[in-house]
Design a protein around this ligand. Structure first.
Ligand SMILES: [Zn+2]
Length: 309
C-alpha cells in the first residue's frame, strides 16, 4: 500500500537504500565486483538512457565493475542501494567534455537530460535518476569544507563528506520549498513569473526560512506574493526536485476573500480561475493559457483541487 495517496514523479524510489551497508568497505568492494550489480551513469548531470524509441524510456544500466573503472576512485561513485531482487546498484559521476557514450560506454546508451525525458520515463527510473543527480550535484558544489575551507573527502559510499583538517562532517543538502495553491470558494489563484513559457500560470512557491513551520512559510509566501491571507493549510504531497536539491512541499491553502496583488519582483501577474476554468486549463482547452505538465507537483495540486480533492 502506498505511503501517500499521491506519489509525484521523482519520488517512489524502489531501491532499499541499505544505509547500514555504507560503512562496510569490504561488502561494497564485493558488490562492485559482482556481475549482478549495476550502475547508473551520469555525465555532467545527464543520464545514460536507452534508445529514443523505448516506451517508457529506461535508464541504460551498466555493469558496476565498469562504473568503478570509469570512476577512477571513490570520489565519483555512489552506492544507491539494493534492487527489489537484492542486487546492488551504484551510480558513477563522469566529468569532462568528451561524451563517454562515444568512449568507454560506447554502445551502452546515449546521455540525455532528465527534465527533457522524464515525462516518458518509468517512474522508478525517474526517482533513481533524481537521487543520483541530486547527490552528485551536491558533491560537485561542496568539494570544500564549509567550516574551514579545506578540500573535503567523500565518505559512507558517497553519502557524506568529511574534512580531514577540522573533522567536520557534511551531508547532502535538501532545501525545502513550499508550493501552494490558494483557493477561495469556487476559485483558485495562479501566478505567472516572467520566466514562464508564454501564457503559463502555476502555483505560488518559495523557499522555507529558518524558524518557520511549513504552514507559516506558506502563509508568509502567500502574503508576500499575492497579498492574500491564509486561513488554513492542507498538505497534499511532496516532490524531490533535483535542480539542484529542493524538496517541493505541495499544499492547498484556503484563503480569505480579498484582492490579489502580485509581488512584482517575483510574479508579473496573478489571476483567479473558477473550477470549470481550472479543469479546462489542465486539459489545455483555455485559449492561449497553459500550466505545468503532469510530472510537476504544481499540476497535481491544481488537479486535486479542481477535481474536488
Ligand atoms: Zn574543515
Amino acid at each position: 500500500m502506498p505511503l501517500s495517496p499521491h506519489t509525484n514523479v521523482f519520488a517512489g524510489n524502489p531501491l532499499d537504500r541499505a544505509a547500514d551497508r555504507r560503512l562496510d568497505a569490504d561488502w561494497l568492494a564485493g558488490r562492485l565486483d559482482d556481475p549482478n550489480s549495476s550502475a547508473v551513469a551520469v555525465w555532467n548531470g545527464q543520464l545514460l538512457l536507452g534508445p529514443e524509441t523505448q516506451s517508457p524510456r529506461r535508464l541504460a544500466l551498466i555493469p558496476a565493475s565498469l562504473a568503478r573503472g570509469v570512476a577512477g576512485g571513490e570520489e565519483h561513485l555512489l552506492f544507491l542501494g539494493l534492487t527489489p531482487e537484492g542486487e546492488a546498484m551504484f551510480a558513477v559521476d563522469i566529468d569532462g567534455a568528451a561524451d563517454p557514450a562515444e568512449g568507454p560506454l560506447r554502445g551502452l546508451g546515449a546521455f540525455g537530460e532528465l527534465r527533457a525525458n522524464v515525462a516518458r520515463m518509468a517512474i522508478e527510473d525517474a526517482a533513481i535518476s533524481a537521487t543520483a543527480k541530486a547527490v552528485f550535484e551536491w558533491r560537485r558544489r561542496h568539494r570544500y569544507c564549509s567550516n574551514c575551507g579545506q578540500p573535503s573527502e567523500v565518505a559512507e559510499a558517497g553519502w557524506k563528506r568529511i574534512c580531514p583538517a577540522c573533522k567536520g562532517e557534511h551531508f547532502p543538502r535538501t532545501d525545502p520549498v513550499v508550493i501552494m495553491l490558494p483557493a477561495c470558494g469556487d476559485r483558485c489563484l495562479l501566478g505567472r513569473a516572467a520566466r514562464f513559457p508564454p501564457g503559463w500560470y502555476s502555483c505560488l512557491a518559495g523557499f522555507m526560512e529558518p524558524g518557520e513551520s511549513i504552514e507559516e512559510a506558506c502563509a508568509r509566501e502567500l502574503m508576500e506574493e499575492s497579498g492574500l491571507k491564509a486561513l488554513s493549510v492542507r498538505y497534499h504531497s511532496a516532490q524531490p526536485w533535483p535542480y539542484p536539491s529542493s524538496l517541493m512541499i505541495g499544499l492547498i491553502a484556503e484563503v480569505a476573500e480579498g484582492e490579489a496583488t502580485p509581488d512584482e519582483t517575483e510574479l508579473e501577474s496573478v489571476r483567479w480561475f473558477t473550477r470549470a476554468e481550472t479543469l479546462a486549463l489542465l486539459a489545455g482547452e483555455l485559449e492561449g493559457l497553459g500550466c505545468p505538465p503532469p510530472f510537476a507537483v504544481a499540476h497535481q495540486l491544481i488537479k486535486a483541487w479542481a477535481e474536488g480533492g
